[in-house]
Write a new protein. Sequence first.
Lengths: 383, 283
Amino acid sequence: MHKLMVPFGPAHPALPEPVYLKLFLDGEEIEDVDFSVGYNHKGIEKALEETDYFKNVFLSGRICGICSSAHSTCYTLGVEKLLNIEIPDKAKFIRVIVSELERLHSHLLWLGLLGHEMGFDTLFMLAFREREYVLESLELITGKRVVHDINMIGGVRRDLSHEIMVKLVKNLEILEGKVEYLRKLVRKDSLIRRRTLRIGKLDKRDVEELCLVGPVARASGVLYDIRRADKYLAYDDLNFKIVTQKKGDASARTLVRVREMLESLRLARLAIAFIEPGPIKVKPFLIFPEKEVISRVEAPRGELIYYIRSNGTDKPARVKIRTPTYANLISLKKILVGHTLADVPVAVASLDPCLSCTDRVTIVKNGKEKIIKWEDLHDHEHH
Amino acid sequence: MIMSIIEILFIPIFLGFVYEGILRKVAARMQNRVGPPIWQPLLDFIKLLSKESFEVIGSHHFLISFLSILAVASLLVIVFTFPFVSLLNFRWDFILVIYLLVFSTACFILAGFSFPSPYPLIGSTREITLLLAYELPLIIILLFFGMSYYSLLLLPENLIVSFPLFFTAFLLITQAKLGYQPFNIGEAEQEIVAGYLTECSGFELAMFNLAKSLRMFIMISLASILFFNFKNIVAFVLSSLIILFFVILLRVTLARFRIDQGFKFLWLVSIPLILIDLIRAML
């Protein structure tokens, strides 16, 4: 049969993110997949090198609109490691609360998108309605709904007053009921189950071979969570469960994320209970030693790594970011081949790709992609 | 009651737009949104008419315009067989209804096939597959009524009491025919953009949208005539609105089937439902 190449993206109603999938179809079945990213490169890594350490906190928070505080937390953790400072306990707990709320809002947004991908717009509307409570809570704490900017080197920028905490706990209680309802919906709705069961299957070995991270790995039974593995911030003091599933398909990933939401709610409430009066920041000693550090956090999509190299000046010599989507995108071929075109949106969405933070630069000359070596890039810079 | 031709042409179009407006508004309220005003489909139609219609390279532009008009016309002819209008009521007018309903869908499918683009191609292929699944139950229901009562004009009132399962199956078929959840497979926007209408624009798109609204009016009126058949026009509209509510409810509360699942579901659910009622009627 004549093979059909169906383009999926870079601008496509199913995927608001700019990724270009080339699907080679035999009838409705996918035989091969090719994909390319690079449509939304912002040059932020370079910009981070041009700006000083303090302004970079805000710049890193703008890498991604969904996991903004994960990025800035990871960056500040790295710089704090570089400067060798220990932040106050209260600041740690506030960072935990913001991170967990952010995970909550990211997962709710994702659940809505999953519903949209399978033509279930009501689920989209419901998830976005409940997400409003999270954004409201985030606004209470940080003063902003989407890009939070709560972190600074040496602590956090805003204190958490008693009234805010009372309001926050109330909001979280309301949310718990709503998320519980969504969990029931996802578990019981036969159409959602039909569309997600056995879609995009990745077993434990695939995950280990491809080094996948985050909820995608946990849905295949790999117990890997940076919150437990690295014990950054106050996660060591807080008791929480890592949610795993065995099946490794889209339905398992959905359940992992929905149950993680409940776990995040519990964590946020626990962190609020732990907060004791005290300072929220320390004044850092402003000499940057010549050193390189790596910091990791568990962003909503998985392991986020920042590598920072300092050359003794007030600007980092190099900041390298590895986002979770970059790690997970590799599995795209594995999860798509053999499925039908109708499963593509659900399978791709089940990875929760966030390409704004993933994009790498692609050089295209005369219609051909060109790979540039590091040295050439430096030459490029000087001209 | 005999209406003039103008009324027969305009009332269905008007009601089609109103039904679609109600559908959009009620669905929006169910989804916690505000939703557009009820006359929005009419405004969309007028605006689309004023837009340029692009000629896609490699497509048969004249054929597509022609098909879009045919889709509307074939649906309007169905209205002539309705009891309120009764211009075309004759013995076996059920067969005419079956034929015209398939014909209008065929216009959509053919239009999709005349574009050299993968999205309409896949949309049309899917629509054909779905057509094979829902057309047989629809034909069984209509032919059974045709054989029992000869003409739409002679249908008794409240057939829903004796054929409740027919009604259930008809609701499913309506959903598939109208391309709403769970059967909006042929125009699944997340997979194939707008399915068979992806490349349409301007006049053709306006006409196809009009045909969609009309199709909704006709399927809902047909359900109302077959299963309630109130002679009073107010009761008729009320029963139509109740059926419309069911259409909206299914559309809002369900996700989309994959094509194989949808096909299996239609065969495995609607055919047994119909057979049970058929056997009951024969005993």
